[in-house]
Write a protein that binds this ligand. Structure first.
Ligand code: PXP
Length: 257
């Protein structure tokens, strides 16, 4: 089974557009879980542009499944994570000017600092993931820093033109999964995944968790969040059944070979 992590930041963004108290991302988390979300993902940004400290506190107390906190390696944010103790922290790069997280963390250059942050979070029994581009050096550096997992940035695939460019991006993701496995890492995926493009990525065996935000929240405007999550979950479940079929056929080949 591939876990679906639903990123609820965009619900908070709508609230902040009016400085009002609705829509509440805490309600969104409840609806997402009722729709089948395995993980609720939120990004507590240094500038608090969408999710607030209040949201993070209540999510920690009310989310029934897994809670994944996306965060920078900033000392104040790390101390909040150590107090909240979500199941998982995903370390991401953060720039004030960006519309959303635009690429992976530079683990190679930031290794010295990241190692200390990972040690603290692991010490609090938090699973730690690094959001990285599908690049062998970044993945190996994440393993050396002590991360449990990498979340591979799927933006390269999502932004590619259909055809050879998208195929190349998929092969890059497949190669990155292999490097991550060789390095002993769990592999997640996220960024830019939609109802239309998720199939091909989910068909690559090896991903444990997909974190998807914008596309699900966009669809929820029309069908409601519970139904939007249900539809995405169905696509992922269908893809993971395909993985079982692949493994079976390899077994068969092995026995018959
Ligand atoms: N994973 C990470 C680490 C992210 O920063 C984001 C964007 O907040 C997502 C997944 C979700 O991306 P999208 O909103 O494009 O589905």
């Amino acid at each position: 089974m591939i876990r679906l992590g639903v990123n609820i930041d965009h619900v908070a963004t709508i609230r902040q557009a009016r400085g009002a108290d609705e829509p509440d991302p805490v309600w969104a988390a409840v609806e997402a879980e009722l729709g089948g979300a395995d993980t609720i993902t939120f990004h507590l940004r240094e500038d608090r542009r969408h999710v607030s400290d209040r949201d993070a506190e209540i999510l920690r107390r009310t989310v029934a499944g897994r809670l994944n906190m996306e965060m920078s390696a900033d000392a104040d944010i790390v101390s909040i994570a150590l107090r909240l103790k979500p199941h998982q922290c995903t370390l991401v790069p953060e720039r004030r000017q960006e519309l959303t997280t635009e690429g992976g963390l530079n683990v190679v250059d930031g290794a010295a600092r990241l190692r200390g942050v990972v040690r603290k979070l692991r010490g609090a029994n938090i699973e730690v993931s690094a959001f990285v581009e599908p690049d062998a050096n970044q993945i190996r550096a994440a393993a050396k820093c002590g991360f449990h997992a990498v979340e591979l940035w799927t933006g390269g695939y999502a932004h590619a033109s259909p055809g050879p460019q998208a195929d190349r991006a998929l092969r890059t993701l497949g190669d990155a999964i292999e490097v991550a496995f060789e390095s002993g890492l769990i592999v997640h995926a996220g960024h830019g995944l939609t109802y239309r493009n998720v199939d091909a990525v989910a068909a690559l065996a090896g991903f444990t968790e997909f974190n998807i935000g914008h596309s699900i929240v966009s669809r929820s405007v029309f069908v409601g969040l519970r139904e939007a999550v249900r539809e995405m979950k169905r696509l992922l479940d269908r893809a993971s059944q395909h993985h079982v079929a692949l493994v079976d056929s390899e077994d068969l080949l092995g026995r018959n070979g």
